[in-house]
Ligand binder design. Structure first.
Ligand code: PEP
Ligand code: MG
Length: 562
């Protein structure tokens, strides 16, 4: 039989091949007995016992997740405990038991009512329905003595298939043993997807009912790059998939074949991503998107909390550099408690450094204090501070003044603060044009191609309809990159790239040829880019870049690439 391809939403750009194992946690309850036969008091006691036991389990899983994945991800279990102990839910269960239902049936009916309510809401609230299902299934398992399928002890090489995976399900998966997972439902930002990325597990979600055609024991390839699930794959497909999973992790730094060192670093947004980035051989962090520390919460993290996070980041890379970008909110990254203005064109409004030098000046200062204190208290690694969305020399100078003042303040408090490396993102046409003026103010540039392509090409980064225009291979984008590297030539300013373009191995030679000496990307692509760097000859790369810069169209550039 020939292979079958099912398509869903790509979650983790990794490929895995293994044996399908269906995970079906929902136990169908038998018909309830007649109300007269139900001992209400005993059922209520059974419910309360199950609730206590569930709470103890959740506490243990919370701890385990905090250790293996991270504090932020572990917080989801707090939400589970809240549902578990919610008085409205407890009252609903008690009322149904009072009406003559056994505890398990009362739990199922009550939770299903709340699941329906949440599922009908928009966005984040709808995602809470998954949390409710998770708590319901846990209680049902405890009440029915059901054997829970042990996701933490699956045979090596299992590909888990499920209707959906809850956060606690996903956190149990051991990345060393599980080859991947695919689910019928789910989107890119679902909790399961976030956990999968943090744990570097190949995953595809939202495949739809077609996934149920896959039988236990069938061989399956999970292609987290294309979002495909290949069932009963051909030998060629398996070979290609296995190649993908075997990209050798290189702990050591890499240089081109003719000896030019290229730093290959990782982009992170949460502390949970630090460990996996180091595990995949990243030399350091080239972009810490600190705004992620400010999302999904009711108020900003204070200096102490930020200090702990930055210290952990620096300590994770004792030999490397950690580039922390100051808060970049606005645009497509709203933060409800910051009271961002309602703008017609948020990408062209109060974003990034514009807010840090304006309405968020206090947050900016707190963040710099936390960063410099973390740096002062670690005797390993090195910190670099980077400003987002810079367009003018005045912005750099104003931020520099705040940085210098924070250094002085800390010193007067007896803290041995040092001025860290200081740089800016080049992600606007203005910054690329003015890079030759910026060089005397900074230690480095990092090119943010996600925004640079958007602003150079006037093509919104999230809009599929203009995706071809916003492509990194557009000659106009390449010329903006070239303007930046040329401006830094002959100075001490180093130039890196932290936009998505940096993580595509097909573009590595071109980027080296354009003069970049640091590339920072999603951790999963670090091994492949390191491998590519080691094959490159700098003279050939420079010649390639020259031809690409002379190209008149994206197609001409594409034709030049491997
Ligand atoms: C970029 O714009 O390329 C970048 C790295 O920043 P972000 O994607 O966070 O806007
Ligand atoms: Mg950007």
């Amino acid at each position: 039989m020939s292979e079958r391809r099912l398509s869903g939403v790509d979650v983790t750009p990794l490929t895995g091949v293994g044996t399908a194992v269906w995970y079906r946690p929902d136990a169908d309850l038998p018909e309830p007995p007649a109300p007269a036969e139900v001992d209400g008091e005993a059922e209520l006691a059974a419910f309360e016992d199950a609730r206590d036991e569930a709470e103890a389990e959740l506490d243990a899983e919370r701890e385990r997740t905090a250790e293996r994945v991270g504090e932020d991800e572990a917080a989801v279990f707090d939400a589970h405990v809240q549902f578990l102990t919610d008085p409205q839910i407890a009252d609903g269960v008690a009322e149904r038991i009072d009406d003559g239902l056994p505890a398990a049936h009362a739990v199922a009916e009550t939770f299903d009512e709340f699941v329906e309510r949440f599922a009908a809401m928009d966005g984040k609230m709808a995602e809470r329905a998954d949390d409710l299902r998770d708590v319901r299934d846990r209680l049902l398992r405890l009440l029915t003595d059901g054997e829970r399928v042990d996701l933490s002890a699956l045979p090596d090489g299992s590909v888990v298939l499920a209707e959906r995976l809850t956060p606690s399900d996903t956190a149990q998966l051991d990345p060393e043993r599980v080859a991947g997972f695919a689910t019928v439902t789910g989107g890119r930002t679902s909790h399961a997807a976030i956990f999968a990325r943090s744990l570097a597990i190949p995953a595809v979600v939202g495949v739809g009912d077609a996934l149920t055609s896959v039988a236990d024991g069938e061989t399956v390839v999970i292609d987290g790059t294309t979002g495909e699930v290949v069932v009963d794959p051909s030998d060629d497909t398996v070979a290609a998939a296995s190649e993908g999973t075997e990209a050798r992790v290189r702990e050591e730094r890499v240089e081109t074949a003719d000896g030019r060192e290229i730093e290959v670093a990782a982009n992170v947004g949460t502390p949970a991503e630090l460990g996996p980035a180091a595990d995949r051989g990243a030399d350091g962090i080239g972009l810490f998107r600190t705004e992620f520390l400010f999302l999904d919460r009711d108020d900003a993290p204070d200096e102490a909390e930020q200090y702990e996070t930055y210290k952990r980041a620096i300590e994770t890379f004792p030999e490397g550099r950690v580039v922390v970008r100051t808060l970049d909110v606005g645009g497509d990254k709203p933060v409800p408690y910051l009271d961002l203005p309602d703008e017609e064109n948020p990408f062209l409004g109060e974003r990034g450094i514009r807010r840090s030098l304006g309405p968020d000046a206090d947050l900016f200062e707190t963040q710099l204090r936390a960063l410099l204190r973390a740096d002062a208290d670690t005797d390993v690694g090195s910190l670099a501070v980077m400003l987002p969305l810079v367009t003018t020399v005045e912005e750099i100078a104003a931020a520099e003044t705040v940085l210098d003042r924070v250094v002085e303040d800390l010193r007067s408090e007896g803290i041995e603060a040092e001025r860290p490396e200081f740089g800016v993102m080049i992600e606007t046409p203005a910054a690329a044009f003015m890079a030759d003026e910026f060089v005397s103010h900074v230690d480095f540039f990092s090119i943010g191609t996600n925004d640079l392509a958007q602003y150079v090409m006037a093509a919104e980064r999230g809009n599929d309809a203009v995706a071809d225009l916003g492509d990194f291979r557009q000659p106009a984008v390449l010329r903006a990159i070239d303007a930046t590297t040329t401006a830094a030539e002959g100075t001490d300013v180093w130039v890196g790239m932290c936009g998505e373009m940096a993580g595509d191995p097909a573009l590595t030679e071109l980027l080296v040829g354009l003069g970049l000496t640091e590339l920072s990307m999603s951790a999963v692509t670090v091994p492949a880019v390191k491998e590519r760097v080691s094959e490159i000859d700098t003279a050939a790369a420079t010649a390639l870049a020259e031809r690409a810069l002379a190209a008149a169209s994206r197609d001409e550039v594409t034709d030049l690439l491997p």
